[in-house]
Design a protein around this ligand. Structure first.
Ligand SMILES: [Zn+2]
Length: 468
């Protein structure tokens, strides 16, 4: 049975307007805009013309009137660590996709590391796909899932086979990744991988922190967030990004800068874009919503690398988004167990040097970001572009038979219903991700994701391959 959604505020062609959507089989069949009255556009059941032609009357669609709730394309979060198989105690496909669905996320692309084996060969990709498929077969995959492949020293020959097997891009680290089975690339290995990826027309994604700068920075153990910040300086990002951009100049490889935290790299990135280099940039919800001044000491829920920096830096990241230097916003959802997160300390006493770095932002990210945007007078349409259209375009999901990231005829019926006037208080204990730790715990924001008032999501969980 098809479904009809009607609202005063549907994001169509970059603007919120009254529209009626007819959805069938996971696809948006028809869009009427300029009206939110389904009766004005739907064919009446006693259609005379139909009777004359003797057509069998169609079963009437289920009509859902959403009033002035906002309808947006579902979030496409291209930076998520699901950790299954191998570190499933940290997170898994069922819990991560449930958190995603509750947060308005209809597609995730899973990172190649922290799961075991890491996704650095086609065989490892198949192991991960099988794990996700088992969850899907149980009916517990609550959004679409795609996969990144990984680049590590020595797997250059695995990159094209991974790409051909449908990964959405290939990720590498320039500094320690935090797990021993996913080592970083040195400068020569990076160039070698970039040459190869350029040859088959792939996409490289890079965790850009410079290992020498990190090694030279003071890294005092303990619970003080200020000490942790000093150990992950701006220069680690600017140095790594400058070198990376030189490598892009040399190789022409399409390259995506992951989780930009330091706004001091924005000038470099602007120059690179002005030169026409094939570079895209993401930042994360938490860098735009949370700031160092409000991070409590000893609480590793806020620890991530690169780190959450000061408020002035945050303002500059927003400027970078508005200027189009930063293309997208993602969660970098990367949970761990309470034990890993504590770094051996009691609650509130975590050693921030040894605690696991990663923020669980899949469920809270969009709503928290939309609230921060509202307070900065940034239109919701821009938030939707950064979290959905741009991320879909990054990984090629804006193409193919059912493009994502847009509400249009023929597009995927991946929708997010958002109530800008409701309020949400995030409670880590009530969140759907596996380990109930969250940097957003206790935060109250305006806006809420509204579950679609119909049976099931418009997005059934599908394992995705990169569209050709
Ligand atoms: Zn990550």
């Amino acid at each position: 049975m098809s479904l009809v959604l009607a609202s005063e505020r549907v994001l169509v062609e970059g603007e919120l307007r009254p529209a009626v959507l007819k959805v069938d089989g996971g696809r948006i069949d028809q869009v009427w805009w300029g009206t939110s009255d389904p009766d004005a556009v739907l064919k009446p059941a006693d259609d005379l013309f139909g009777q004359v032609l003797g057509a069998v009357p169609e079963e009437p669609p289920e009509v859902v009137r959403l009033g002035d709730l906002v309808v947006l394309p579902g979030v496409v979060d291209t930076h998520v660590h699901v950790n299954e198989p191998g570190r499933t105690a940290w997170e898994g496909f069922a819990s991560a996709t449930r958190a995603a669905a509750l947060g308005g996320v209809t597609t995730i692309v899973d990172m190649p590391l922290n799961s075991l084996p890491p996704t650095t060969t086609v065989a490892a990709l198949e192991v991960k796909r099988a794990a996700a498929e088992a969850v899907r077969a149980r009916g517990e995959l609550h959004c679409d899932v795609g996969f990144w492949g990984g680049v590590v020293p020595g797997n250059t020959d695995d990159l094209e086979p991974l790409w051909d097997a449908g990964v959405f891009g290939l990720k590498c680290f320039l500094a320690d990744s935090g797990v021993p089975e996913f080592p970083p690339l040195g400068p020569d290995e990076l160039l070698k991988a970039m040459d190869r990826i350029a040859r088959f027309g792939g996409l490289l994604a890079v965790h850009a922190e410079d290992p020498a700068t990190l090694a030279a920075a003071p890294s005092r153990p303990g619970r003080a967030y200020a000490d942790f910040l000093v150990s992950r300086p701006h220069e680690a990002e600017t140095t790594a990004i400058a070198a990376l951009l030189d490598a892009v100049r040399e190789t022409g490889t399409p390259t995506h800068v992951l989780h930009l935290s330091s706004a001091r790299a924005l000038d470099l990135l602007q120059e690179a874009k002005d030169e026409g280099l094939p570079v895209t940039v993401e930042t994360c919800h938490h860098y735009l919503v949370l700031d160092a001044e409000h991070v409590p000491d000893g609480d590793a829920a806020f620890k991530c690398c690169p780190p959450i920096r000061d408020r002035g830096n945050q303002d500059a990241l927003w400027d970078g988004l508005r200027a189009g230097i930063i293309d997208c916003v993602v969660s970098d959802h990367s949970p761990a167990t309470a034990e890993e997160k504590s770094g051996g300390g009691a609650p509130g006493e975590a050693d921030l040097q040894t605690a696991w770095g990663g923020i669980a932002g899949l469920q809270a990210g969009f709503v928290a970001l939309a609230d921060a945007a509202r307070r900065r007078d940034v239109p919701l349409a821009d938030v939707a572009r950064w979290t959905s259209a741009s991320t879909a375009a990054l990984v090629g999901l804006d193409r193919g038979p059912r493009p994502k990231g847009v509400i249009a005829e023929g597009a995927a019926a991946d929708l997010l219903v958002y109530d800008p006037d409701a309020s949400t208080t995030f409670r880590a204990a009530e969140m759907a991700h596996k380990n109930k730790i969250s940097a957003y715990d206790g935060l109250t924001v305006r806006g809420a994701v509204v579950p679609l008032p119909v049976d099931g999501s418009t997005s059934d969980g599908t394992l995705l391959r990169r569209p050709a």
